[in-house]
Design a binder for this molecule. Structure first.
Ligand code: NDP
Length: 321
C-alpha cells in the first residue's frame, strides 16, 4: 500500500468512459482516498482540492482550471489524447502507465493476429463452415518475417514473444537500440526505414501518435513492404491513411489488415472496413491497463512529485511520447 503524508484528492476524468471502475483499486491502495469523478467542472468541484488527474480523453481546457494540480496521469500507455488539449498545463508533470499486464495483453493480441494471417486461419474457418477438410499452404515461422514499428515497452514485449516462437523479428525505432534480445534485428530513424519495411511479411504498428508518426501507414509505406504483406495496426487510428489502405488492398500490394484502432471510434456501421473480407476489425481491445497498476502508479507518482522527485514513466513533452 502506498504511504502518503496527507490524503490526496484524485480526479478521474473522461468524456468517453465511466471511470467508476477505478474507484475500488484506488480505495484498496489508500483507504479513505478522496476521489472525484466526471467530465465537468461542476462534477469535479471544489477544484482547488484536486492533487492529481487520471485522464482518458479529458474535456479540453478542463485540466487548466485545476489550480492545485501536481500530476496528470494518462490511464493508458498513449498520451495523444492529452496533447490534443491546447490548454494542457505545461508545468505539471505528465505520466503514462507502463504495465506488465498491458504488455501481456498486447503480446497475446499481436501474436494471435500474426498467427491467424501467417497460418491462414480465415481459410480454415471458411473450410470448417463448409465441412471441408482442406489444407492451407504451410510456412514455418522460421521463414516468416514480422516487423514492429515502435520498439518501446509494448513493441519490445511483442518482439520477444514472436521471437520466442521462432518468427524472424525486426523492429524500428527513433533511436538506435543496443543490447537487443536474441532473435531481434533493429533498425532506426528515417534512414533505415526502407530497409526495415522491405523485410516485413507482417508489419505491426506500435508507434505512439505524434506529429511525426501521424499518417505513417500510408501509400509510400505500403509500397516499400513485400507484395501481399499483412498490416496490423494496434497503435492509433490516425497512424493510418484509410484511403491508402483500401487502395493497397485493391491493388494486391497489401494482402490483409488487422485493425484495432480507428480515427473514428466506434467505427461507423457504414464504414468500408467492415465489409472488406481482407480486413479484420476489432473494437480497440488489443489490451487494457490494470486498475491496480493505474492506482498504484498514480499514487506513487503523486508522492514522488510532492517530495520533489521525478515521477516514473514521465512523458517527454518535446518528443510527444
Ligand atoms: P513507448 O513510448 O514505450 O514506445 C514507443 C516506440 O516508438 C519507441 O521505440 C520509440 O522510439 C518509437 N518511436 C516514437 N516515435 C518514433 C518515430 N518518429 N520514428 C520511429 N520510431 C518512433 O510506447 P508503448 O510501447 O508503451 O506504446 C506504444 C503505443 O501503443 C501507445 O502510444 C498507444 O498509442 C498504443 N497502444 C494501443 C493499445 C490498444 O489497445 N490498441 C493499448 C496500449 C497502447 P525510441 O525507442 O527511440 O524512443
Amino acid at each position: 500500500m502506498t504511504t502518503m503524508t496527507a490524503t490526496p484528492c484524485i480526479a478521474l476524468v473522461s468524456e468517453v468512459l465511466d471511470l467508476g471502475y477505478l474507484a475500488a483499486a484506488f480505495e484498496a491502495q489508500q483507504p479513505g482516498i478522496r476521489l472525484r469523478m466526471g467530465s465537468t467542472i461542476e462534477a469535479l468541484g471544489p477544484l482547488d482540492e484536486i492533487d492529481a488527474a487520471v485522464c482518458w480523453f479529458a474535456p479540453h481546457g478542463l485540466l487548466a482550471q485545476l489550480p492545485r494540480l501536481k500530476l496528470i496521469q494518462s490511464l493508458a500507455a498513449g498520451v495523444d489524447h492529452l496533447f490534443a488539449d491546447r490548454d494542457l498545463p505545461c508545468a505539471v508533470p505528465l505520466c503514462r502507465v507502463v504495465d506488465a499486464t498491458m504488455a501481456a495483453g498486447m503480446k497475446a493480441y499481436v501474436t494471435w493476429a500474426v498467427v491467424q494471417q501467417h497460418r491462414r486461419m480465415q481459410g480454415y474457418l471458411a473450410s470448417a463452415a463448409a465441412g471441408r477438410w482442406e489444407e492451407q499452404p504451410i510456412t514455418s515461422p522460421l521463414r516468416y518475417r514480422v516487423g514492429i514499428a515502435g520498439l518501446g515497452a509494448l513493441g519490445m514485449a511483442c518482439a520477444q514473444a514472436l521471437a520466442a516462437i521462432g518468427y524472424q523479428v525486426r523492429g524500428w525505432s527513433r533511436s538506435a537500440k543496443t543490447d537487443l534480445p536474441n532473435g531481434i534485428v533493429a533498425f532506426h530513424g528515417d534512414g533505415q526505414l526502407a530497409a526495415f519495411l522491405s523485410g516485413c511479411d507482417t508489419l505491426v504498428c506500435l508507434l505512439p501518435l505524434t506529429l511525426q508518426t501521424q499518417g505513417f501507414l500510408n501509400a509510400d509505406c505500403f509500397a516499400r513492404l513485400p507484395r501481399g504483406a499483412h498490416l496490423i495496426n494496434v497503435g492509433r487510428g490516425d497512424h493510418l491513411v484509410e484511403a491508402d489502405l483500401l487502395a493497397a488492398l485493391a491493388s494486391g500490394q497489401l494482402g490483409a489488415a488487422t485493425l484495432d484502432a480507428f480515427s473514428r471510434e466506434p467505427l461507423p456501421a457504414d464504414h468500408p472496413f467492415w465489409r472488406d473480407p481482407r480486413i479484420v476489425v476489432t473494437p480497440h481491445v488489443a489490451t487494457r491497463s490494470d486498475p491496480a497498476v493505474i492506482a498504484r502508479q498514480t499514487l506513487d507518482n503523486l508522492a514522488m512529485v510532492q517530495r520533489g522527485d521525478r515521477p516514473v514513466h514521465q512523458v517527454d513533452r518535446e518528443r510527444g511520447y
